[in-house]
Design a protein around this ligand. Structure first.
Ligand code: C2O
Length: 505
């Protein structure tokens, strides 16, 4: 308790990050929003004030703190209709949570509809002043954050009918359309110094191949808020929507300007695609000009299977599966009905409805005891999990991917990466968003312990796929919610009264 209050004013404002002007949904008027920073152990009190007026992009909002466990504060997690009703225009809501045992690179974003694609996305960095693993990043500077974003010239609500390519890719909020020379972001380094760069994909859809010209020996040291065994000699980082990496960059090249590139996966087959996102790595004492090399000359990614080579730092103990627990070993077969564009869970004949928001948030359903978590939801929308068990989830890939699967409330061990032939239980990487691949491939398998009661959303982090039902709720200890999940502030219940009074249904 007692931390300083941060204010996020959510506003509609015109911005032109790539030279094209449009209205956005913005935290404090910028995209990315302000960096929220703190230390391990801090209490965060973040007041979200909804000042939205533009009805083409939803005037209600919520904010999710992606990757933060929210242990004992499930109500502050943010996903609309899973843990809260949306905040309506003119109202505010105080998110109040502590981060006792996490440090690393996180982010925050709207979790109301596809609203984050309209701009409400920003970095959330937790430092650990007493990090026992400081040797991992014996660096001169660890303040640089690089956000990647896909950007569209239309409101995301107008793009729900089918996949479209982004108009541009933004690096730290600036990008370029084809044949333009609008300003791009500049990251300054001093020759001879070592830097920890924190890379965050705030993408709504494509993944990116990220590279820095002339610097093909990056060393990865963190994935999604977890230290990794240093993975050296990386020339290109494939990063899916919502994933994060920290890498060490040595500024060991001649003083000059170097292209930073984020090459997006094309979404629509056969289309011209989206121009590569650009920024400049500029050495101190270099002239303030663009590099002279071709910005679109993208190196072939040499590390397409980066994740298979990542390992947790130190010795981690992978929790064993309990052979007597039938409900602990789960297979989730996702599928896409290509006729309707909707996604399904364990329902290859599309007999049930796909995931839709329930009228009452799942947490409220569980807390007030009037409903079982399942009552208001289509079949397969809620998976109940027993408390204090090891859960293993196996997920085959499907078309229109690779799909970044995200689980709220946890980091999970990646026991098998999509496309890999064999499982691995020796220091597997832990993360919160994993590729399940695309099409018939070896499935991805993850494992975690149910030590965090409450309903946690699990979904594809391609935001347009989430909107098309690629989601389910993991209801952890739903039938026996411990008391500490119950005490929610009265303002939280107020949200639903106010939402329902303006959105009758
Ligand atoms: Cu980044 Cu459900 O969230």
């Amino acid at each position: 308790s007692g931390g300083p209050i941060t204010e996020l004013n959510i506003v509609n404002k015109e911005i032109s990050p790539d030279g094209f002007a449009r209205q956005g949904v913005l935290a404090n008027g910028t995209m990315p929003g302000p960096i929220i920073k703190g230390n391990k152990g801090d209490n965060f009190q973040i007041n979200v004030i909804d000042q939205l007026t533009n009805t083409t992009m939803n005037t209600s909002t919520t904010v999710h703190w992606h990757g933060i466990y929210q242990h004992q504060t499930n109500w502050a997690d943010g996903p609309a209709f899973v843990t809260q009703c949306p905040i309506i225009a003119g109202n505010s809501f105080l998110y109040n949570f502590t981060v006792p045992d996490q440090a690393g690179t996180f982010w925050y974003h709207s979790h109301e509809g596809v609203q984050y694609c309209d701009g409400l996305r920003g970095p959330f960095i937790v430092y650990d002043p007493d990090d026992p693993h400081k040797d991992l990043y014996d660096v001169d500077d660890d303040t640089t954050v690089i956000t990647l974003a896909d950007w569209y010239h239309s409101p995301a609500n107008d793009l729900l009918a089918g996949p479209v390519d982004a108009d541009s890719v933004l690096i730290n909020g600036l990008g370029r359309l084809n044949n333009s020379d609008t300003p791009v972001s500049v990251i300054e380094v001093e020759q001879g110094k070592r830097y920890r760069f924190r890379l965050i994909s705030t993408s709504c859809h494509p993944y990116f191949n990220f590279s820095i010209e002339g610097h093909d020996n990056m060393t990865i040291i963190e994935a999604d808020g977890q230290n990794t065994e240093p993975l050296p000699d990386i020339d290109s980082i494939q990063i899916l929507a919502a994933q994060r990496y920290s890498f060490v960059l040595e500024a060991n090249q001649p003083v000059g300007n170097y292209w930073i590139r984020a090459a997006p996966q094309t979404v629509v087959a056969g289309s011209a695609g989206t121009p590569t996102g650009l920024a400049i790595l500029r050495y101190v004492n270099a002239t303030a000009v663009d590099p002279t090399t071709d910005p679109y000359d993208i190196p072939d990614p040499q590390n397409p299977l980066l994740e298979q080579n990542l390992r947790s730092y130190g010795n981690v103990t992978v929790p064993p599966l309990d052979p007597d627990c039938d409900e602990c070993d789960i297979v989730l077969n996702f599928s896409l009905n290509t006729v309707t564009g909707s996604f399904f869970v364990n329902d290859t004949t599309y007999l049930n409805a796909s995931y839709v928001n329930p009228p009452v948030p799942v947490l409220l359903q569980i807390l007030n005891g009037t409903y079982n978590a399942h009552d208001l939801m289509p079949a397969n929308s809620v998976q109940s999990l027993p408390l204090n068990k090891t859960i293993q989830i196996t997920m085959p890939g499907i078309i229109a991917g690779p799909h970044p699967l995200h689980l709220h409330g946890h980091s999970f061990f990646v026991i098998q990466s999509a496309g890999s032939d064999t499982p691995n239980t020796i220091n597997p990487v832990r993360r919160d968003t994993v590729s399940i691949g695309t099409g018939p491939t070896n499935p991805a398998t993850i494992r975690f312990v149910t030590d965090n009661p409450g309903p946690w959303f699990m979904h594809c982090h391609i935001d347009f796929h989430l909107a098309a039902g690629f989601a389910l709720v993991m209801a952890e200890a739903a039938s026996d919610v411990p008391d500490y999940v119950r005490p929610v502030p009265p303002a939280w219940e107020e949200l639903c009264r106010e939402y329902n009074s303006t959105n009758p249904r």
